[in-house]
Design a binder for this molecule. Structure first.
Ligand SMILES: Nc1ncnc2c1ncn2[C@@H]1O[C@H](COP(=O)(O)OP(=O)(O)OP(=O)(O)O)[C@@H](O)[C@H]1O
Ligand SMILES: [Mg+2]
Length: 264
């Protein structure tokens, strides 16, 4: 099992869209966790058009944790995304619930790692950095945390100060290689090389700007023609491979015995 976290510094660069796109392009079963403390479940409202009732999700897990039944409650708090091998753990309905999640993040991080037995990888939408209720134990405990950013000057200027904070924290724990950038809009105008130089974090993967394709994930729009072979979907699959490569390399350098993860 690998724990992959996507987060952003400012703006709305496409964390939710990319998290869902990655989960749906993932080569193995995955669990998508909506850990954005802003609340409002972007996926139930967007991809599902608000047609699906909000099951308890994370808030049920916060209650279960208080009762000491967290591990058993995870399965009940998730729902299947149709026509996929993705399970969704919906986030909170309102930001006012985010304080209830603070004691949950640490034990949830451990419980998610235990999903290894099910052969499930976990992909987390951590929302914007610095918000009250931010899932820091997931961000700093992940196999790979990706700072999602656009490549415009305002986006990079917003990402730069957070990049420094993240670098410092990952360096402190000796996990610098568990930090990467997911660049949305490579070359629009800046490219991966310039972005990694400015942020001093390697660009693990890049995604094309594709408004109509992205709307499939962010708003549940009908797929445009030839969506399956579009640049966005090809790059999502390439991003999934690049992420696996980094996680495997990190595990190898730690001398961790390869599991089913390395055979994909
Ligand atoms: N690769 C892309 N190409 C073009 N548009 C995109 C891409 N990814 C996301 N978008 C669009 O950007 C907008 C914001 O996306 P999204 O909601 O995923 O951002 P976010 O980072 O999760 O924002 P927030 O921090 O507000 O939750 C949406 O309209 C989405 O369709
Ligand atoms: Mg979002």
């Amino acid at each position: 099992m690998a724990l992959i976290v996507l987060t952003s510094a400012s703006g709305s660069p496409g964390v939710t869209t990319s998290t869902l796109g990655l989960a749906l392009s993932w080569p193995r079963p995955s669990l998508l966790v909506e850990a954005d403390p802003t609340g409002g479940s972007g996926i139930l409202a967007g991809y599902f058009h608000g047609d699906v009732a909000h099951i308890g999700g994370l808030i049920d897990l916060a209650l279960a944790h208080r009762e000491g039944t967290l591990a058993e409650a995870i399965g009940r708090a998730t729902m299947a995304i149709p026509d996929s091998v993705v399970q969704l753990l919906p986030g909170i309905r309102s930001h006012s619930q985010s304080a209830s999640l603070i004691p949950l993040w640490e034990p949830l991080s451990a419980a998610l790692r235990a999903l290894e037995r099910n052969g499930q990888d976990v992909i987390v939408d951590a929302g914007r950095l610095g918000l009250a209720g931010c899932p820091e134990p997931l961000i700093y405990g992940a196999d790979l945390t990706l700072l999602v950013t656009r490549s415009t000057l305002p986006a990079l200027s917003g990402a730069r100060s957070w990049a420094e904070t993240l670098r410092g924290e990952f360096e402190r724990t000796g996990a610098s290689s568990s930090l990467g950038v997911l660049l949305v809009g490579d070359g629009e105008p800046y490219g991966a090389r310039e972005v990694s130089k400015v942020l001093q974090i390697p660009v693990t993967a890049s995604l094309a700007l594709d408004e109509d394709g992205a709307a499939v994930f962010s708003r549940g729009a009908n797929p445009p023609r030839r969506f399956e072979s579009s640049q966005l979907l090809r790059e999502l699959r390439a991003a999934a491979s690049a992420i696996q490569f980094v996680v495997n390399a990190n595990r190898a350098s730690l001398g961790v015995t390869p599991d089913v993860w390395s055979q994909t």
